[in-house]
Design a protein. Structure first.
Length: 324
């Protein structure tokens, strides 16, 4: 962790915004504890809010809006001065933030991969050995498109709700398996439910997956100084490249865009994929360059893939979703 820098006094109480879900609170309380260790004389309070995405659980995410579903209420809280910063799963944070708000820091990343979680009857199976027609639960079009491409014999069904709700539906037999984030299962102490970590060759992960993004007001110098204690630059470099790639393609979380980033010294390799919903059309490419050029690399890869047909795939998906 970076050395904490002094901040102005008298010290004010710092109000941290969080969604109410169990995972969100675990993540926010971790941030609170880390800041408390770095600044033992400060006071950090957690304030919870429900977002639209938390309230609408009976409709597929792709049909109800964009990434702001899980962030808008927290952002309004910051703009109004009710909270000082908000802790997000970075994959939920839009690549374009409201005026006056910034990405204050990015924390060290957990494993960003997707995980297969199976019903007890399939404990001896992996993705490639599940029986034809096995029902896989996922609310992510990114996962859906990539898995359909590799495993067209499987059946896919939307699943919503928090992690415990989804696991309960799996255990009750509504699904044969679920696709979930390794990071979320780790953070909730449910690593034992991970049956298979899905390799990047099968499913590239979501932009920012596994990292926390802390959003704050751009003019709040004191909070920005505090947040330096949590910044993990290698993770940030990877996520800045990923977010620039997504931003350039103008894709929200509900389009099938996946990424993978690898650091090798001061070199960063970004791989991106855009796939059609049926998994039949795939555009995949990669780019390597200096970490100091992370955002430019993401933008350049997106532009290159757009020329290879990615934009046509995305336009067709958005047109399909609009008709539903």
């Amino acid at each position: 962790m970076a050395t904490a820098s002094p901040v102005s006094s008298p010290a004010r109480t710092i109000r941290i915004g969080s969604r109410k879900s169990q995972l969100a609170l675990v993540q926010t309380e971790w941030v609170q504890a880390e800041l408390q260790k770095a600044f033992p004389d400060r006071t950090f309070e957690v304030h919870t809010m429900s977002t639209q995405g938390d309230k609408i659980l009976d409709v597929a995410l792709a049909k109800i809006g964009d990434k702001g579903l899980f962030t808008k209420e927290l952002e309004v809280g910051m703009i109004n001065g009710d909270i000082d910063f908000a802790v997000h799963s970075l994959k939920d944070l839009p690549t374009r933030l409201p005026e006056g708000l910034v990405l204050g820091c990015v924390t060290e990343r957990e494993n960003p991969a997707d995980a297969l979680v199976v019903h007890e009857q399939h404990k001896d199976k992996q993705l490639d050995s599940l029986p034809e027609g096995a029902v896989i639960g996922t609310s992510s079009l990114r996962r859906l498109a990539q898995l359909r491409h590799h495993y067209p014999h499987l059946s896919f069904k939307d699943v919503r709700g928090n992690l415990n709700t989804r696991l309960s539906k799996l255990d009750a037999g509504e699904y044969d398996a679920l696709i979930l984030a390794v990071a979320g299962l780790h953070r909730l102490g449910m690593s034992d439910r991970i049956h298979q970590v899905i390799p990047a060759e099968v499913s590239l992960h979501a932009v920012g997956q596994g990292a926390l993004g802390i959003e704050c007001r751009g003019d709040d110098a004191e909070v920005l100084e505090l947040l330096k204690a949590l910044q993990h630059q290698p993770t940030a470099d990877r996520c800045y490249a990923e977010r620039a790639f997504l931003r350039e393609l103008e894709g929200g979380c509900q389009v099938p865009i996946g990424v993978n980033t690898v650091l090798n010294g001061d070199q960063l390799t970004l791989t991106g994929i855009v796939a059609s919903l049926d998994g039949q059309q795939v555009v995949k490419d990669n780019i390597t360059g200096a970490t100091s050029d992370a955002e430019r690399l993401g933008t350049e890869l997106a532009q290159r893939m757009r020329q290879q047909g990615a934009q046509t795939i995305l336009d067709n998906i958005l047109a399909t979703l609009d008709r539903q």
